[in-house]
Ligand binder design. Structure first.
Ligand SMILES: [Zn+2]
Length: 279
């Protein structure tokens, strides 16, 4: 991508310092314990439960390891997020909504969120509960190495996909799917959600293309990434066989096709995976 002159978003929170949070390893001070005990006496709640709640909210890193807030990965993320902000400020009003910018959290190893404590291994994710996208840059680098999803546009596509989930939250799609049930399987709601996020990422791709930010080979990179992280491809790689009933993101072919649909139309209303008779 040609990101040289692109502004950097101010909505990236860097929580990588200190090697990241470890589950249950958050330090709790003596003062906190006293407060928790008093609260337990007043509320009648189990003090250990209360302490757990306090720990969950305290996402402070546990040890100090130097992190450069301006390393290339962080700058890249801030610039890509800025392009998603500009793209959705332009596109979302066409769907009848004003865009509200999400926060993107950079983390390492693991991170507490409104969706619970998540390990880096789950990959980048979006949490509707706090409207934050969570990205481990080491995971992105790993993804590129392991899956052969080369290049910066592949990483940008992953960020744009998480932002796609934020758009689903703004549009009320996430809440509707939560109420209906996010069932797995080849035509389940889980797959429809994910393919729609891919299509939204494609619509963002059309925007950055229009702005002249793409280089030769970028689109192929994104398609390569989409193909590399299809359920069938991942399952075959991990277990040597494919179980469609457990699909949650769609096949490689579907992920590529929905990304293309967004990219070729540049129109998020073309991304109706829920109304589509065939995915
Ligand atoms: Zn997703």
């Amino acid at each position: 991508m040609k990101l040289g002159d692109v502004r950097e978003s101010t909505n990236v929170q860097d929580r990588r310092g200190g090697g990241g949070a470890k589950r249950g390893a958050v330090a709790v001070s003596g003062v906190t314990i006293v407060i928790v005990l008093i609260a337990a006496l007043i509320t009648g709640k189990n003090p250990l439960t209360l302490l757990g709640e306090v720990q969950k909210q305290d996402g402070a890193p546990s040890s100090a390891a130097p992190v450069d807030p301006n390393d290339p990965g962080a700058v890249f993320t801030r610039k890509v997020l800025a392009t998603t902000e500009d793209a959705w400020k332009e596109m979302l009003p066409k769907l009848g909504k004003t865009y509200e910018e999400p926060t993107l959290v950079l983390f390492r190893d693991g991170v507490p969120s409104a969706c619970g404590f998540q390990e880096s291994a789950v990959g980048p994710f979006y949490c509707p509960g706090d409207r934050h996208a969570y990205v481990d840059l080491d995971f992105l680098a790993d993804l590129q190495k392991k899956l052969g999803a080369e290049g910066d546009f592949a990483a940008a596509y992953v960020i744009a996909h998480e932002v796609g989930h934020h758009v689903q939250t703004l549009l009320g799609t996430s809440a509707r799917v939560r109420d209906e049930g996010k069932d797995k399987g080849p035509t389940g709601n889980a797959v429809r959600m994910e393919l729609q996020a891919d299509c939204y990422a494609g619509a963002w791709g059309a925007y950055v293309k229009k702005k002249g930010l793409l280089e030769v080979g970028d689109v192929e990179q994104a398609l390569g990434a989409a193909a590399a992280i299809g359920d069938d491809t991942l399952q075959r790689r991990a277990r040597g066989r494919v179980s469609p009933e457990t699909f949650s993101h769609g096949t490689s072919e579907q992920r590529v096709r929905w990304f293309k649909r967004g990219m070729e139309s540049g129109d998020p209303s073309a991304c109706d995976t829920f109304g589509a008779s065939s995915l």
